[in-house]
Design a protein around this ligand. Structure first.
Ligand code: DP6
Length: 339
């Protein structure tokens, strides 16, 4: 039995749209910062059948929806397919029993599936290690991606790129760390205006991306944005990071809103928070950037210099739940036994 702790990530350059839906092979590269909180704990052991016991932050059992259970089943099937390419088809002879304790509200745009499937992938890797198969972080990121595209990036800490690659090979898209957490101690103050589960998940958004008239243009702009973002991070240039991350976030939501049917993830509360933080930034000139994934949640990423002001701003928002996070180290074994 193995227990792993994993966390979400926040994308500066967003993954949106796939070239292969089943294998979650992205249409373009993306880039994120892995966070240190909130955590998901995944315990896994070999078992005769696939079981998933899931608990929320208060320890109450969550009844999983049929599609959530089906997603684990499909993931296991894809993991087996990947293992057969690695000549390790028999490494998982029967199935796996998972126990999940999550501190992340599901489906609000706080990357709960990224944390979950990076934890699941790391747990698979630890079980496979017991069978004599040692996987690299990049290989573990492939396993994570097969459950949730953005989960590939949460396997590693710090600043991580998901390389889309080319072709239909199951392992052609994988995550690569471009800088560890120690490179740049950024914070992400997360403001959730609503803990109600959103109507449309990102999986649905990826399916619909190509129906937007703005999607082709987005794909043209992605290589430039990705490179600017990599440069901004490597040079620790916050202004450059702010420009490109906000440009990409606005563009993602333009694509979502113009898909057929349209996907409206942002709410009035999101727009109000964005208006207020940009006004405050204008008047007080401090380094903070905003970005939103597929939900109304606003992520305010900032440096040490600005974090006090940003936290005060976040906690002053009425009826919002705030998570104070910073750059983290990625999925890891919980309390490894030291010998
Ligand atoms: C807007 O990884 O959630 O957060 O592969 O269907 O699980 P699935 O999609 P998911 O998509 C993430 C979308 C995003 C942007 C990002 O994190 O890059």
């Amino acid at each position: 039995m193995i227990t792993v702790t994993a966390t979400p990530n926040i994308a500066f350059i967003k993954y949106w749209g796939n070239r292969n839906q089943e294998l979650r092979l992205p249409a373009a590269d993306s880039l994120s910062m892995t966070l240190d909180a909130p955590t998901v704990e995944v315990t896994a052991e070999f078992a005769d059948t696939l079981t998933i016991d899931s608990f929320d932050e208060n320890g109450n059992r969550r009844t999983l929806k049929d599609r959530e259970i089906a997603r684990f089943g499909k993931h296991l099937e894809l993991v087996q397919r990947y293992l057969s390419i690695l000549d390790a088809r028999d490494a998982i002879r029967q199935s796996i029993a998972f126990t999940i304790h999550s501190n992340i509200p599901p489906a609000i745009g706080l990357a709960s599936s990224a944390a979950l499937f990076s934890g699941v992938a790391k747990a698979y890797a630890e079980l496979l290690k017991e069978q004599g198969l040692q996987l690299s972080d990049e290989q573990i990121s492939v396993i994570a991606r097969l459950g949730s595209g953005s989960a590939a990036r949460s396997v590693m800490g710090g600043f991580v790129v998901l390389k889309a690659g080319q072709g239909e090979d199951i392992a052609s898209a994988k995550a690569i760390q471009i800088a560890p957490a120690s490179h740049w101690p950024l914070h992400d103050i997360v403001i959730c205006p609503s803990l109600k589960e959103k109507e449309h998940g990102s999986t649905e958004g990826h399916h619909l991306a190509h129906t937007s008239p703005h999607f082709a243009e987005r794909l043209c702009q992605m290589p430039r944005r990705q490179q600017e973002c990599i440069d901004a991070i490597l040079q620790r240039d916050f202004e450059k990071l702010q420009r490109v991350a906000e440009e990409d976030a606005r563009n993602l939501h333009l694509v979502a809103q113009t898909s057929t049917p349209p996907l409206q993830y942002l709410t009035n509360a999101t727009h109000r928070i964005l208006f207020e933080i940009t006004a405050l930034r204008e008047s007080e000139r401090f380094p903070v950037l905003y970005t939103m994934d597929a939900g109304p949640t606003v992520h305010l990423v900032c440096t040490d210099d600005a974090v006090k002001t940003v936290k005060e701003f976040a906690h002053a928002q009425k009826d919002c739940t705030v998570f104070e996070t910073k750059v983290g180290n990625g999925a890891r074994i919980k309390n490894p036994v030291m010998i």
